[in-house]
Design a protein around this ligand. Structure first.
Ligand code: GTP
Length: 421
């Protein structure tokens, strides 16, 4: 029997995802038409004998999360539970705190996945690899190759070329260490908890020496820095390298990039989710997802890489490219939306142009992963995608370029390179 844990973080996390994470917990933000973590859950549901998925985070349980989990449970026919940490315990502290729940029923192994990654989730291949590399006494990290500069933003892995044993692990190194990076997807045998316990005991000893140390601080454990770094070179930690697509979803810009990856996967995994040009329907270019309840005028042109949410209205002559349009939004006649996320219930007026600058990886470099982009560099706003928060209104005939508009704003003129509060 197997299980899976998805680390979903909490409200103080995902700051680079604002203002979109004000409205919906980031793990539920739609990527290629479905909530970000649904992609993880679906991948888990295809692993034979995977009996339970545990989401661990520090969000207060809420209506959106509960109803999503209920629906996903029914759709994917797997037990799913949310376990709430009393505060942020780190990527290792949460699983250690809930170790009894994870181990109940006696799983032979369990996956742990960061919620904010986009992947093909080669979980079955990871299982096979795990069996061939130590089984019950070993742990597997999914790795991929990045270019030298970008590797510095990730956990870097030095591995034995023949055995794939992890010899050295450094999280976000200051100088180049390795081009193999940690994808935030792991397969652990239950014995991993002995190693996390060592870190916990060490924290306890160190903190006992300090006055006013709290129980909570002892429980904060980072899998990457505290556990992987010490396990490396001890014949227990292995890297399974994937050639499949992978990216992180840190900023809103990277959500558009991740949408593109998932939409292209739909070609093989979910062709029914991809729209096509049909008699009497809009013109579709490349991969486009349209929610069945959306109302799209036949003269609109959509794509590539467009996701249209529930109840969205796309009027006559509208052009949309490389964008995510969230539920309830209205794009009026002849408006143009490029490299933008249009927030829930927002309105783009007639002939308005809303445009951002993509923050894609270098298209000529296959090993270039999307970076955690910075909004400001040298005190200046760097060109980014445009984001309209929830319930924003853009008047007719204006241009909004590389800007972020906070929720509930009614604009009256054009803006360029601004955060509109
Ligand atoms: P940054 O670039 O600083 O964001 O680092 P990172 O990519 O290593 O990400 P981080 O470790 O912050 O988060 C990785 C994943 O774990 C994300 O999906 C987070 O939501 C989740 N996560 C981070 N901290 C916690 C925590 O304290 N508890 C839980 N349950 N999840 C967490």
């Amino acid at each position: 029997m197997l299980k899976a844990v998805i680390l979903i973080g909490g409200p103080q996390k995902g700051t680079r995802f604002r203002p979109l994470s004000f409205e919906v917990p980031k793990p539920l933000f739609p990527v290629a038409g479905v909530p970000m973590v649904q992609h993880h859950i679906e991948a888990c549901s295809k692993v034979p004998n995977l009996k339970e998925i545990l989401l661990i985070g520090f969000y207060q349980p809420n209506e959106a999360l509960n109803s999503f989990l209920l629906k996903a449970q029914q759709e994917f026919k797997v037990a799913i539970r949310y376990l709430q940490e009393y505060s942020a315990l780190g990527t290792g502290g949460g699983i250690y705190h809930f170790r009894d729940q994870i181990l109940s029923g006696g799983p032979q192994a369990f996956f742990v996945m960061n919620a904010d990654v986009c992947s093909e989730f080669p979980l079955v291949s990871m299982l096979d690899f795990h069996k061939q590399h130590g089984g019950s006494q070993s742990y597997v990290i999914l790795g991929t190759t990045a270019n030298r500069t970008q590797s510095l933003n990730y956990g870097c892995i030095v591995a034995n070329r023949d055995t794939q044993e992890v010899l050295h692990y450094v999280e976000k190194p200051g100088t180049f260490v390795s081009d193999i990076i940690n994808c935030g997807i792991y397969l652990f045998s239950p014995s991993i908890f002995q190693h996390i316990a060592e870190v916990f005991q060490q924290n306890q000893q160190e903190l006992q020496l300090e006055e006013n140390s709290s129980w909570q601080r002892m429980e904060v454990i980072r899998l990457e820095q505290d556990v992987f770094s010490t396990l490396a070179g001890r014949g227990k930690l292995y890297v399974y390298k994937t050639e499949g697509c992978w990216s992180q979803i840190k900023s809103a810009g990277s959500a558009i990039y991740a949408s593109r990856l998932y939409l292209s996967q739909y070609g093989t995994t979910h062709p029914e989710r991809l729209a096509s040009t049909k008699e009497g329907g809009p013109t579709i270019r490349g991969n486009v997802y349209i929610h069945p309840t959306a109302n799209v005028d036949p003269s609109a042109v959509l794509g590539p890489n467009v996701s249209i949410g529930m109840g969205v209205t796309v009027a006559a002559g509208v052009r949309i490219r490389e964008s995510i349009i969230l539920h309830g939004a209205v794009l009026q006649d002849h408006s143009c939306v490029l490299n933008t996320i249009v927030g829930w219930d927002s309105m783009v007026g007639r002939w308005a142009r809303v445009e951002g600058t993509p923050s894609d990886p270098n298209p000529n470099d296959p090993y270039s992963k999307i970076d955690s982009e910075t909004l400001f560099r040298d005190g200046k706003l760097t060109p980014s995608i445009t984001i309209l928060g929830c319930n924003v209104s853009i008047p007719a005939e204006v241009v909004i370029l590389n800007s972020i508009v906070l929720p509930h704003k009614e604009l009256s003129r054009s803006f360029k390179n601004q955060i509109i509060l």
